[in-house]
Design a protein around this ligand. Structure first.
Ligand SMILES: [Zn+2]
Length: 311
């Protein structure tokens, strides 16, 4: 049974085939969901339930979905790619008109695999920031990569140990990716092989900001609360923002800036933020599959507040 009051599924004519259409109230938002064919009705119902559950999971950042009326399009894809066996092959956000999350899926995969796949959480997390220009892609991808892991942990889809292992592994991959480039250079057109730098340098900045916010406010503020204020004032936004404008806006919610000092320290600096001492202070020791977590380190309680192993 799908929770919510507004669910209706109907077959609508659409160019290129039928679409299963549903509307669902979740986390203060009305999700308009389209499931392209071929997907049988039973699987479609399970996919709708999964999307609603994932929207509720994103709700755990600041208590509501970042866009009150997003469109979500699920597209079965028969692409023969190296990811072809994954439940969700890839996703993206488009912002022409209504903000839309597109998820290309392998409809044959069991529904359990959709719940353990991070892609939908990543794409939904993108909605917590406005569209940023290309140069600042490291911020949009980085914040989504950070949130995809901590939200999967908060919801119980990942253990905290797995979430932090993914984050720590990501930092390692980011550090190895094009170290001669600055963060602002990494997403410049024509630059190759900088994908991991783009995805994980911004995640490192998100973690550094989150720690500072929690430390200086003794837990009253966090990246969650600041992004909640951004949503309240400015989202969804039809404009393309610069990273500087975004960080200045986030700082405007604070007594003392956090984001622009991090920007000035790292955005035009080569290499990658040194995250090893930070992980150590948080009590995270990386393993091969899951991190070992230590509650006796100086920032252990902040780590647990981030992953919600303590509220
Ligand atoms: Zn992304």
């Amino acid at each position: 049974m799908i929770p919510g009051s507004l669910l209706f599924i109907s077959m609508l004519a659409a160019s290129g085939g039928d679409v299963i259409h549903a509307q669902q109230e979740v986390a203060g938002a009305t999700l308009t969901i389209e499931i392209r064919q071929p997907v049988d009705d039973e699987k479609a119902e399970k996919l709708i339930e999964w999307l609603c559950d994932t929207a509720r999971l994103v709700n755990q950042a600041y208590g509501r979905f970042p866009n009150p009326a997003p469109r979500i399009v699920v597209i079965p894809s028969a692409r023969n790619s190296r990811d072809g066996d994954k439940a969700v092959i890839f996703g993206r956000v488009t912002r022409r008109g209504q903000e839309t999350v597109e998820l290309f899926i392998n409809a044959d995969r069991p529904i359990d695999e959709f719940y353990s796949d991070w892609t939908a959480t990543h794409e939904f997390s993108h909605l917590m920031l406005p569209l940023l220009s290309q140069r600042y892609r490291w911020i949009s991808e980085g914040f989504a990569s950070y949130y995809q892991n901590i939200l999967m942990s908060r919801s119980g889809r990942y253990t905290p140990e797995l979430a932090w292992q993914h984050i720590g592994d990501g930092f390692g991959r980011g550090e190895a990716s094009r170290p001669e480039l600055t963060l602002n250079e990494a997403a410049t057109s024509g630059i190759r092989d900088a994908r991991m730098k783009i995805y994980w340098s911004g995640a490192a900045i998100a973690l550094l900001a989150d720690i500072q916010l929690r430390q200086r406010s003794e837990g009253r503020q966090s990246l969650d609360s600041v992004l909640g204020q951004l949503q309240q004032c400015c989202l969804p936004s039809s404009r393309r923002w610069s990273g500087v404008r975004l960080f200045e806006k986030l700082d405007s919610f604070l007594d003392k800036p956090v984001f622009m000092p991090l920007y000035r320290q790292f955005a035009d600096t080569r290499g990658f933020p040194d995250m090893q001492p930070v992980l150590q202070s948080l009590g995270i020791r990386l393993g091969s599959i899951e991190a070992a977590l230590d509650n006796q380190q100086p920032l252990s309680s902040i780590r647990r507040a981030i992953d919600h192993s303590i509220e």
